[in-house]
Design a protein around this ligand. Structure first.
Ligand code: 9MR
Length: 365
């Protein structure tokens, strides 16, 4: 009898412990602060790996397609749309009670070829209208937020010489926001870019956003991608930028966070994929595992930046990490191909890293 009671009590204890572990997820810990998002590959959207699928459902409440909603994949030819994967992303988000962040409507990269063939204003406006109406319209009411325009500003603050700028001049920016608002009035509309802590770039983005606002278009937020390193940008630079963007009266999101731990060839920063470097042994030092001191440095870095985000939680609506586990990250191939990087919160076996526990810790009651 006594033994039975002990067995019963231990079983209850195990269940209680399991429940506590389950309650410890990022999405529940940050409930009331901001959404915690991730970017999903095609296979992850399709839940090919059950372990990763369970992890995504447990930890994250905002989902972005890492590639599948870019124009060249979703709308590769003028009258061809490939909805299958995007439809699956919305279904997955609804099943897991998560938000969808749409990425991205107007971007110079991974751009459908037909946009490049538009040489007159009339034709370019028609192409943008058709694209935005089709994509934002299809998911209207189901999309929490959109990257309406992605990466339109250069490091020196000037506007990127994309096909859109060439044909329409800077009016294309306000036009994109107006079209998106008309196609999906409920979605929050963002401008999204990398290297958003650079002073000249920040000033250029602020000038651009003010013009969009003056045109009467709705813009709800600014996305700072957050492809950052262990030391750069500094917390001060990040904070100054968050506050400068918020001063425009918009929300701020950290949209593509990863913390690169590898040596940086030629000081490449941000996410300009036209930059590349050779993979050498010196640039790829942790093929057999990450040393403890780098794990700890990364955990501290994640903790520091999340503490900063929490300080500004009234401004920040979402923090999304750019990938589920270290093995998935684009950072294994940028700026040098084929390196072993460790930029995310889960390791290659989908186990939470020190970095994960460091940011969970911040929300312990
Ligand atoms: O992570 C994405 C990678 O799989 C693609 O090969 C790459 C192609 O441009 O795009 C990556 O995601 C980018 C995002 O869409 C926009 N900001 C920069 C990201 C990293 O390059």
């Amino acid at each position: 009898m006594k033994l039975n009671r002990i067995v019963l009590l231990s079983a209850m204890l195990v269940t209680a412990l399991a429940n506590t572990t389950f309650a410890q997820s990022l999405r529940s810990a940050y409930d009331g602060a901001f959404l915690i998002g991730t970017a999903l590959s095609t296979n992850q959207i399709l839940e090919k790996d059950p372990v990763q699928a369970a992890l995504v459902a447990k930890e994250f409440n905002a989902l972005t397609a890492e590639n599948d909603m870019k124009s060249s994949l979703l709308h590769p030819e003028e009258d061809v749309y490939k909805w299958e994967i995007a439809d699956a992303l919305y279904a997955l988000a609804e099943k897991t009670n998560s938000k969808v962040h749409g990425h991205t409507l107007i971007w110079h990269s991974q751009l459908s070829r037909f946009f490049r063939e538009k040489k007159t204003k009339e034709d370019m406006i028609a192409a943008m209208t058709k694209h935005i109406n089709a994509v934002a319209g299809r998911y209207a009411g189901r999309t929490f937020s959109w990257d309406v325009v992605n990466e339109a500003v250069e490091g020196d603050g000037s506007l990127r010489k994309s096909v859109f700028l060439e044909v329409l001049g800077e009016d294309y920016l306000a036009l994109a926001f107006k079209l998106a608002a008309a196609a999906d009035p409920k979605a929050e509309l963002y401008y999204n870019d990398y290297s958003m802590t650079g002073v000249e770039k920040r000033e250029g983005v602020i000038r651009m956003v003010k013009k969009i606002q003056e045109s009467g278009a709705k813009i709800d937020g600014i996305g700072m991608q957050g492809h950052w390193g262990l030391e750069s940008p500094t917390l001060e630079e990040i904070e100054t930028s968050i506050l400068a963007y918020a001063a425009l009266g918009v929300k701020v999101s950290i949209t593509e966070l990863d913390i690169d731990v590898l040596p940086n060839p030629r000081n490449v920063s941000g996410a300009d994929i036209s930059q590349s470097a050779q993979n050498t042994a010196a640039l790829n030092p942790y093929v057999n595992g990450l040393p403890d001191e780098i794990k700890a440095a990364q955990a501290k870095r994640y903790k520091d930046i999340f503490a900063l985000f929490l300080k500004h939680k009234s401004i920040i609506s979402r923090v999304t990490v750019w990938g589920v586990n270290d093995g998935n990250s684009w950072k294994n191939n940028f700026p040098a191909r084929g390196r072993t990087n460790y930029p995310l919160l889960f390791d290659r076996e989908n186990k939470p890293k020190e970095a994960y526990y460091s940011i969970l810790e911040l929300r312990k009651k």
